[in-house]
Ligand binder design. Structure first.
Ligand SMILES: Cc1cc2nc3c(=O)[nH]c(=O)nc-3n(C[C@H](O)[C@H](O)[C@H](O)COP(=O)(O)O)c2cc1C
Ligand SMILES: *[C@@H]1O[C@H](CO)[C@@H](O)[C@H](O)[C@H]1NC(C)=O
Ligand SMILES: *[C@@H]1O[C@H](CO)[C@@H](O)[C@H](O)[C@H]1NC(C)=O
Ligand SMILES: *[C@@H]1O[C@H](CO)[C@@H](O)[C@H](O)[C@H]1NC(C)=O
Ligand SMILES: *[C@@H]1O[C@H](CO)[C@@H](O)[C@H](O)[C@H]1NC(C)=O
Ligand SMILES: *[C@@H]1O[C@H](CO)[C@@H](O)[C@H](O)[C@H]1NC(C)=O
Length: 404
């Protein structure tokens, strides 16, 4: 009994002292209210200094229904909160007296054979039109081209596959802009909701994306059913893919057989599924808990990357690994790179930044690039392509060595 009671009282103290809040206080509101800013308006873009600032800005600017769709997560939002909180459990082991003067030249990355200016990307997220009704995701295409990063368009984007393709820029680090396309089981005709998914809709969308010049598919594997999202449900804002379906590895094989493009499974959260994906010939894998929006209590990419690292480290050599969910600071990116992740994505922050249009999206990318270089330099990293594993100090509760 004693250890249990002891643990409980400790937990009680911790809860009393530390109430969870969405944005850590870094002085944004103190600053804004010292200017002529009034609540309920979009703050000036020049006053956005951190990734999380864009969440505050979007909450002021968007109506509750729209903000809630972007912000919502599953169940009690424990996974969502864990995605944001988990980083603080992992201290760095900064090494000093390293020459970091050439670190910024190591920011660019080659992923799936394409060159990008940084190991960050815009994750696929539906309904960009909520933040910017006129241009929606066209702002993502423009900003990604200008900053030479990867944009992966969502199947349920507000703009069509063809509209997004027509916006692509011709002069990027890869010549014509490289974009990936997210796909999933589609159920566009909600009248059919009780039957099952309509695969011909999916094949059709994939054909269109291929014709429009997409370079890879990101296949969402973590949405086999509808999700429990109270924050959005209050406004009757529902999901596009709201059906319990036969989403299986056999279907993955069929998808691969229907396209010549690489198909990257998105939503891997266990070492078992990472190994299965490798076995199935996936060219890359995408660690994600969908920003905590699908199954509640799904782990963060940091925990997943560590599980893979501890149980099957070869995976990081066999396939290229991308990851998202809860990434908000340069140090978050550096920690994932240390574990072997190659490309790190963000979802909500880009949706929020789009309230400012292309300029806001660009500024978010610039903030991230600057933080990655500054934080890695401070930690004594000399090459972002070779961030040492022992840069991160992982706590014992992360140590899931499995017998699979
Ligand atoms: C508004 C919104 C819509 C999303 N729509 C999709 C989608 O259609 N398909 C998909 O695979 N993931 C979707 N996602 C998940 C993102 O691709 C990504 O995994 C997630 O946002 C990462 O977590 P973060 O928001 O904490 O960065 C969506 C996320 C948000 C916030
Ligand atoms: C505050 O005043 C400045 C000029 O000093 C102006 O440029 C800015 O638009 C104002 N901001 C708001 C939110 O009213
Ligand atoms: C890296 O930083 C140095 C010194 O600040 C600067 O001269 C150089 O242009 C930067 N290189 C890149 C690729 O940003
Ligand atoms: C890009 O190149 C294609 C084909 O060469 C051309 O049709 C298109 O107009 C160009 N787009 C822009 C924005 O210049
Ligand atoms: C990517 O960059 C490398 C040099 O780092 C270069 O050799 C290669 O041609 C580039 N690839 C593309 C597609 O531009
Ligand atoms: C499936 O989608 C296709 C293309 O939109 C449509 O022609 C067909 O009628 C749909 N089938 C069912 C059973 O809903």
């Amino acid at each position: 009994m004693r250890p249990f009671a002891y643990a409980c009282s400790l937990a009680a103290v911790a809860f009393a002292a530390e109430q969870w809040i969405n944005e850590v206080d870094t002085g944004l509101t103190d600053y804004l209210f010292s200017t002529n800013y009034t609540e309920g308006h979009l703050p000036l873009l020049k006053d956005m200094r951190a990734v999380m600032d864009f969440d505050y800005a979007a909450r002021q600017f968007l109506d509750n229904q729209k903000y809630s769709f972007y912000r919502t997560a599953a169940g009690g939002e424990w996974s969502y909160r864990n995605n944001l909180d988990v980083w603080k459990k992992v201290m760095l082991r900064p090494r000093h007296l390293h020459d970091v003067s050439k670190l910024n030249e190591t920011l660019p990355v080659t992923f799936m054979g394409y060159n990008f200016s940084a190991p960050i990307f815009i994750a696929p997220a539906a309904r960009g039109g909520y933040a910017n009704p006129e241009r929606a995701e066209l702002n993502f295409v423009d900003a990604a081209a200008k900053e030479n990063i990867l944009y992966t368009a969502a199947l349920y984007a507000s703009k069509t596959i063809e509209e997004l393709a027509a916006q692509k820029h011709n002069e990027t680090m890869n010549g014509p802009q490289v974009m990936f396309q997210q796909a999933c089981l589609s159920l566009l005709n909600h009248v059919q909701i009780y039957t099952n998914v309509n695969l011909s809709v999916t094949w059709d969308a994939m054909k269109r994306a291929e014709a429009a010049g997409a370079k890879a598919f990101v296949w969402t594997i973590d949405a086999p059913g509808d999700s429990t999202r109270h924050r959005a449900a209050r406004y009757d804002t529902t999901n596009a893919n709201a059906v319990t379906s036969a989403l299986t590895w056999d279907l993955y094989d069929e998808i691969k057989s229907r396209t010549s493009l690489p198909v990257i499974p998105k939503g891997i959260v266990t070492v078992e599924d990472a190994l299965l994906a490798v076995e199935k010939g996936a060219p890359a894998i995408y660690l994600s808990n969908h920003g905590g929006r699908q199954v509640e209590y799904s782990p963060s990419p940091l925990e997943v990357a560590y599980e893979i690292y501890r149980n099957a480290p070869q995976v990081f050599q066999q396939v290229e690994v991308m990851a998202d969910s809860g990434v908000r600071y340069g140090t978050d990116v550096v920690k994932l790179l240390a574990l072997g992740v190659k490309m790190v994505g963000l979802g909500r922050p880009f949706m929020y930044a789009n309230c400012y249009g292309t300029e806001g999206v660009e500024k978010l990318i610039q903030i991230l690039k600057t933080e990655i270089v500054h934080d890695a330099a401070q930690a004594g990293v000399t090459d972002l392509k070779k961030v040492p594993r022992n840069l991160v100090r992982l706590p014992t509760q992360f140590d899931t060595v499995l017998k699979y």
